[in-house]
Design a protein around this ligand. Sequence first.
Ligand code: XIL
Length: 340
Amino acid sequence: MAPRIATVVLGLAALTSAGEAGEVSLGAAAAASGRYFGAALDPDALDEKLYRNLAAAELTSVTPENAMKWEEVEPARGEFHWDEADALVAFAHAHGQKVRGHTLVWHSQLPPWLTQGQFSPRELRDLMVAHIAAEAGRYKGAIYAWDVVNEPFTEDGSWRKSIWYEAMGPGYVAIALRAAHAADPDAKLYVNDYGVETDGPKMRALHDLVAQLKRDGVPIDGVGLQSHFVVGSTPADLPAVMAKFASLGVDVAVTELDLRIRLPAGKPSLLTQADDYAFVVRACRATPRCVGVTTWGITDDRSWIPSFFSGYGAALPFDEAGKPKPAVAAMIEAWTAPGR
Ligand code: XIL
């Protein structure tokens, strides 16, 4: 075991410090195990020094929280607004961070011209392919991984009846993946969903889809587990689920991690939250094909949780003032503890 210990020691010695003196950044801690640590970012918030400094210091990957969604980039037909997405990509590259593109084909946050346009199935297919060509093409070479298809299934494992499914049936996924591959052959292409982090009908539906795509030779490189969890209820079988997806020959990533707490958040719940964050990091480390962990935001004041889950909040690793919560030290420990 001596060589492994030597490797770990060397890895730790290479860690850089961030924020307060002596503090190890989350990104550097993840790098010690050969993985990235990322977060979803809002380009408008980068004007705030505290947010910008945290994003620069802690992250080795960036996901646009909304800036690359269809309603943002093409609010009117043929009118493209790339400024915000461009700004995030520029920020990430200036700081040596990867970019996870999010997301090309989804049922939500579509512009009204598209959803209310009364398009024929053939037109919808052409619009989808053209959208992928435009967006993935614009960022060709700049994106580490794309969430090409987001949330294709419902809770019971049936196909979500999105405009894409209604127009093309299940085949829309392969069409989208092939279009993304044509536009940016070097980007890793993902299908991303929530509620697939534990064994159940939805997880099995996604597993079967990826297995089928692989059999058909469709370009699929990874499965994104969104991981929007409630504190104290992380799925115990998360490592097994990751291994099961990985056994199909794809990468896995935790793409939108947050751990919401019923407010007000007391000390015990913050400690449980720290354990839960560490559990997810350990699950990733236990899975050779788990490439990294992304949280859905950095600081609690900018989290989507309070407006989408009434009565919940405090879901992210840093508090409203940008101070690290217990989750930060717990994750650093989980990333760097000796072992795999
Ligand atoms: C959320 C954003 O965080 C919010 O700001 C926005 O209003 C709605 O979308 N799954 C996803 C993300 O894939 O794109 C969603 O992001 C959260 C759930």
